[in-house]
Design a protein around this ligand. Structure first.
Ligand code: 5PR
Length: 413
């Protein structure tokens, strides 16, 4: 396992630092002379996981984030066992678990009638805010041999391992990781064929206060509740307690409909979900964005020394809560395939894709089908096929049980 690198050497990174950033300005310690070096574009969940997992395996890593601040723009997240296992593998599990929650049930309602009530007492899972998850992962990156640059955009990459920054500077690496999201510069500059599929629906996601006092004393307000309505129009609210204080709430509606408008229109949601009035009133003032569901499938995930991971490679709909999870699994496994350093990077990247990609492909297909058919509304997604990904032991992660999980055995009311 890696500690902090001690040998201070190539000041090249200091000169690449964008002005003004405290991290960027920090003089750089880059360990050993013969360390293999990775340039990673994008400090989201995929990029952070790859950075930590590579550094743990002795690589020196530079992580570029084009935004000014490091952080998560998302609202909340449901983490299943595979994602929690990746967190443990990169050392972030305990910290992430601290401010997380496991609801007693995952409930599905149609027109406010319960159609499914899942205790998930054999599947460890947790909810949390995305910011909390991000902070837990970033804390793992800090002490490792990872140079984190903000305001630093990778504008293009080449299969030989060259990356060009927004500043115009070009750097050579043994490995380039494009973890730069659905609009990936790395992907589009290297030239991969992208097949995009947009669904008819999308959703607005935000964090609002739990409003427990106002919602009422019923125990079910601790559940995840997926409130579906098909009449008089298709609108759905995904209600996810993320911890004692924060509610992660998703407003799903067809693209272009009134339900897709941000800030949300109170009357559009209140007439179908009057029992959620306190949180709807909060949601009117919360920042949010409507995102149409989208799946992207590439002809390949790697070319030469370049590997794509996360939404850059395999954006998926969130029906199975596997977007970030697959991003993190693939980033971890990528580092496992890079164990031992820079020899044969190209061949090992191909092996990585060949072995690791099929599960993600299946997950994307299943998730897209659930989304297209609005099938989560039936609450019938808990079966061995659809749970395959959540129950998968990620390459590079331990199969040991997660400490403290399952968190509680729910009692049927
Ligand atoms: N499940 C989860 C989720 O966060 C979303 C959906 C389903 C856990 C939204 O991101 O279908 O939209 C969904």
């Amino acid at each position: 396992m890696a500690g902090k690198a001690s040998a201070a050497e190539p000041p090249q990174s200091a000169s690449s630092a964008p002005a003004g950033g405290s991290e960027a300005a920090k003089p750089r310690a880059r360990g050993g002379h013969n360390k293999s070096h990775a340039e990673i574009s994008g400090a989201g969940y995929a990029g952070l996981t790859a950075a930590v997992a590579l550094a743990q395996r002795g690589w020196s890593v530079r992580l570029h984030e084009k935004r000014h601040t490091l952080g998560s723009f998302g609202a909340g997240i449901v983490m299943w066992e595979n994602a929690l296992r990746v967190l443990r593998a990169i050392g972030a599990f305990e910290e992430a678990a601290k401010k997380s929650f496991t609801p007693p049930f995952y409930e599905t309602r149609m027109h406010n009638e319960t159609v499914a009530l899942e205790p998930f007492d054999r599947d460890p899972w947790a909810t949390m805010t995305r910011q909390h998850l991000y902070d837990a992962m970033l804390a793992q990156a800090r002490p490792l041999d990872i140079e984190i640059l903000h305001d630093s955009e990778v504008v293009s990459a080449q299969p030989d391992g060259a990356v060009t920054l927004g500043s115009g500077r070009t750097i050579k690496a043994d490995l380039v990781v494009g973890a730069d999201g659905v609009g990936s510069n790395v992907r589009d500059s290297v030239g991969f064929a992208v097949e995009r599929n947009k669904a008819r629906d999308g959703l607005i996601r935000m964090i609002v206060p739990r409003c427990r006092g106002e919602l009422g004393p019923e125990a079910f307000w601790d559940n995840v509740i997926d409130f579906w309505n098909f009449e008089p129009r298709v609108q759905r609210i995904l209600y996810v307690p993320a911890n004692d204080d924060d509610l992660y709430i998703g407003f799903m509606a067809p693209y272009g409909s009134d339900g897709s408008i941000v800030p949300i229109k109170l009357e559009v949601w209140l007439d179908m979900f009057p029992f959620l009035e306190p949180v709807l009133r909060e949601a009117v003032h919360a920042p949010g964005r409507y995102d149409r569901y989208e799946t992207t499938v590439l002809d390949a995930w790697t070319k030469g020394r370049v590997a794509l991971v996360g939404d850059a490679a395999h954006a998926m709909t969130p029906s199975l809560a596997q977007g970030a999870a697959c991003a993190m699994m693939n980033a971890l496994s990528l580092a496992v395939y890079m164990e031992g350093g820079a020899d044969n990077v190209e061949k090992r990247l191909q092996e990585w894709e060949r072995n690791e990609r099929p599960l993600t492909d299946r997950t994307q297909q299943r998730s897209a089908k659930l989304t297209a058919e609005r099938a989560l509304s039936k609450g019938e997604w808990v079966n061995d096929e659809l749970m395959e990904t959540m129950r998968h032991i990620p390459t590079g992660a331990s199969a040991d049980p997660l400490p403290g999980f399952p968190r509680r055995m729910a009692t049927v009311p």
